[in-house]
Design a protein around this ligand. Structure first.
Ligand code: NAI
Length: 205
């Protein structure tokens, strides 16, 4: 059963815990203390204990947390314990970089299908994925059982693409286009905005 009412801030930190745990597991570490976690992640240890307390009693006094057990629990909570098919729309600079990116955990994320509207790109294969005609978008992703869509088209086409993704049955959208998308409430939207990050960064310089 899935735990409820985990604060968003905690959920947002889980991928950081997991990355840290994976590294420790690779190094053969069987346990990690909340103090060690906090120094590696730059969080305070009370915060770490509070975050992890949402998922049951994992900590053992004097020993800490079992790395493998905790990693597997976090994967389960984040739905990383299954494979997700993704569709990429727009195979330009960003899209083709994503298609060739080796950092996705392929056991979890599979770029199953890619689309573009440019006839010169349609039919090309990039990293084993054939670029298909965007006019078949909703039908093809429904057929493939795709649940995640990545939008990497110009802002002017982003809403139209998003609508087709929703029509095809996606549940989550990762949007690179600088456009405010209007999506049904049940769709989870994540926006990647490098310009915003840079502008925020400037404030602190
Ligand atoms: P690009 O121009 O290299 O690629 C866009 C691709 O989308 C092209 O292959 C084009 O044929 C295709 N396309 C256009 N309309 C389409 C449609 N209706 N359906 C399917 N494919 C369509 O652009 P780039 O540099 O890859 O950028 C992609 C998007 O990401 C843009 O919206 C850009 O503003 C944005 N961007 C976002 C950044 C971020 O931080 N999130 C950083 C840089 C760009």
């Amino acid at each position: 059963m899935k735990e409820r009412k985990i604060p968003k801030e905690t959920i947002d930190r889980l991928p950081l815990y997991l990355r840290c745990l994976n590294k420790l597991i690779d190094q053969g570490e069987e346990n990690i203390s909340s103090k060690n976690f906090s120094s590696r992640l730059n969080l305070n240890s009370a915060q770490v204990r509070k975050d992890l307390s949402y998922f049951g009693d994992f900590g053992k006094r004097g020993v800490g947390y079992e790395t493998k057990k905790l990693a597997s629990k976090i994967r389960e909570i984040l739905n990383l314990d299954r494979r997700w098919k993704m569709a990429l729309v727009g195979v330009g600079n960003i899209g083709s970089a994503l298609l060739t990116y080796s950092g996705f955990d392929r056991r979890v994320f599979e770029v199953a299908i890619a689309f573009d509207s440019n006839p010169q790109l349609i039919g090309q294969e990039i990293n084993g994925v054939e670029v298909e005609d965007v006019s078949n978008l909703s039908g093809r992703i429904a057929e493939e059982g795709v649940k995640l869509g990545i939008i990497a088209v110009p802002a002017s086409s982003a809403q139209q693409v998003a609508d087709k993704l929703v029509e095809g049955g996606v549940k989550g959208v990762l949007n690179f286009a600088p456009a405010l998308l209007d999506l049904p409430e049940y769709i989870q939207l994540a926006q990647v905005d490098i310009t915003k990050e840079l502008e925020q960064l400037l404030y602190y310089l």
